[in-house]
Write a protein that binds this ligand. Structure first.
Ligand SMILES: NC(=O)c1ccc[n+]([C@@H]2O[C@H](COP(=O)([O-])OP(=O)(O)OC[C@H]3O[C@@H](n4cnc5c(N)ncnc54)[C@H](O)[C@@H]3O)[C@@H](O)[C@H]2O)c1
Length: 247
């Protein structure tokens, strides 16, 4: 039921962090995986090949429609089809709203939201019944956080982009869901979490009393990509150790 054997997956932003963990766990369940990132993804490819699955790296800037077209064409050329797309590539830029530049607003929205739309649009042209898209949003796509207006707007946008695509492509048998991670230890959060007091303060609000690791997001992604989730679409899966359950 959870097997992904004979499936082909694309994971954006999978050179490191959450995307890398998802790419590896999809492969562990049997998928061949296209590693897509703006930075080199060879480490992820190597780990996937060690699991005896096929993998290629395609350098992709998700703000570039041309790069996305190449990503899709390379996937089709090498693997003939697309069963799973995980939109994960993202940036987290925080600043007081009054100082927030238009450049940072555009960068955040172009990567975190427009990139998800453009990758979905390009992949959907090749997706058939049984295919699925998983969009990595955030708990910041469910409620607001100070100094994170652009990030929250982008992640909230992903939440409804997901539901819209789910409604439009459900009749074709294509499922679209979002995952909303809480505090996960990656390069994205290392500056926030390196302060011991800040980390302890955040963890004290998490019922499971720990930060998340990238692997904590990979299991839910495998589940949503698999036939175990065959009647789930348009859903938002919060994976935050219970943090927002108590807000
Ligand atoms: N870490 C957390 O606590 C957390 C919480 C909620 C949601 N998320 C989301 O999870 C996703 C992964 O984040 P992470 O924590 O692994 O951070 P990360 O910084 O380790 O990974 C992000 C990846 O996206 C890639 N990327 C950035 N801009 C890109 C672009 N223009 N084109 C292609 N790739 C690009 C980066 O190179 C990097 O490999 C993001 O969408 C993030 O918003 C993270």
């Amino acid at each position: 039921m959870f097997s992904l054997i004979n499936k082909v997956a694309i994971v954006t932003g999978s050179a490191r962090g959450i995307g890398q963990a998802i790419a590896i766990e999809l492969a562990r369940q049997g998928a061949d995986v296209v590693v897509s990132d703006i930075i080199p993804g060879d480490e992820t490819v190597k780990k996937i090949k060690a699991l005896k699955r096929k993998s290629i790296y395609v350098k992709t800037d998700v703000t570039s429609k041309k790069d996305i077209e190449i990503l899709i064409q390379e996937t089709i050329k090498n693997f003939k089809k697309i069963d799973i797309l995980v939109n994960n590539a993202g940036v987290f830029i925080t600043q007081p709203t009054l100082d927030f530049s238009q450049e940072n607003w555009d960068k955040t929205l172009n990567i975190n939201l427009r990139g998800y739309f453009l990758c979905s649009q390009a992949a959907l042209k090749y997706m058939k019944k049984g295919a699925s898209i998983i969009n990595i949003s955030s708990v910041a796509g469910m409620s607001g956080y100070p100094m994170a207006a652009a990030y929250c707007a982008s992640k909230g946008g992903v939440r409804l982009l997901t539901k819209s695509l789910a409604v439009e492509f459900g009749p074709k048998g294509i499922r679209v869901n979002s995952i909303h991670p809480g505090i996960i230890e990656t390069a994205m959060t290392q500056d926030i979490l390196k302060d011991k007091n800040t980390k302890e303060g955040m963890v004290s609000k998490v019922p499971l009393r720990r930060t998340g690791q990238p692997i904590d997001i990979a299991g839910p992604a495998v589940f949503l990509a698999s036939d175990a989730a065959s009647y789930i679409t348009g859903e938002e899966l919060i994976v935050d150790g219970g943090w927002t359950a108590g807000l």
